[in-house]
Design a protein around this ligand. Sequence first.
Ligand code: ADP
Length: 337
Amino acid sequence: MATVELSKINKYYGSLHALKDVSLSVADGAFVVFVGPSGCGKSTLLRTIAGLESVSDGTITIDSKDVTDIEPADRDLSMVFQSYALYPHMSVRANMEFGMKVNGIAPDERKVRIKEAARVLQLSELLDRKPGQLSGGQRQRVAIGRSIVKNPKVFLFDEPLSNLDAKLRVQMRIELEALHKELDATMIYVTHDQVEAMTMADQIVVLNAGQIEQVGSPMDLYHTPASEFVAGFIGSPAMNILTIGQDLGTAISPPTKAIKIGIRPEHVQLGDTGIAGTIRVKEKLGSESYLYVMTRNDTQIVVKTDGEDKLNAGDSVHLTFRENRLHHFDAQGRTLT
Ligand code: ADP
């Protein structure tokens, strides 16, 4: 177990400034998720921690030791990739054992570690199988097992669930959370999927164009996003972000510097008065529905209902916003408080 400290990390690829002054403290035993749209620098940041990319500037400290210029193999980290690249001709046991053999770990100790990792990952019955005889989820568990047996100080995951189908992704998400609790290890996890970030993280780091937009717990980010970018990125369906004047006319009276307002679909209410609009599409999910309402000036507002409503596409509705749930953004996209 270990802490990870990033201090003013900059990374250039030629003239591309891929990481801009990134500073971050990862607490011992935390599950930290880097999230953001494709190309924002998540993988680059993870790879600099792993030592697979050098930094142009800044320092990386693991467990109080400066590792900025240390080789990946000497950083005491273990990385699980999206493509788990198991050796196809080797059994599950041999796949897990291989790295330990290379590192000169004694046979008895190797056995103990494999047994324990197999128990934690529910692979005990599968140790003699070849990867070809396993499901996608089982293969991913073997890849994680290979990491566990190394007893790393920090686990790094680069979109490890992207190759799995939707149902298996949900299952593996839960297994990874359970694994984190069982191992009590520091984990850093990269994903573009904000649902994965919300469900697994103790702390989410939202990256945008190589910079940290906000760091916080999932609920912090959901309820008090620091910017329009975070507000729009975290939450599904996304927060409604509306331009004052253009989209809303005089329906809302916000602080003077506010250019836009944000309101989540669950905080928009249907009533007899308010902004008039027409339901364009109704998405029924069973326990809830989402109404995609087009207002008179062609602005779309998404409304969450409890799934019991009798409304249909084409119906006219009036919308009001729960005032204490409004977010206000200035011209730079920063949240006004
Ligand atoms: P993400 O993981 O968030 O999708 P990346 O960290 O892979 O983003 O990439 C961040 C930016 O750096 C992108 O603009 C990408 O094109 C660029 N980049 C990544 N790796 C390299 C590389 N080896 N050479 C040049 N540019 C790179």
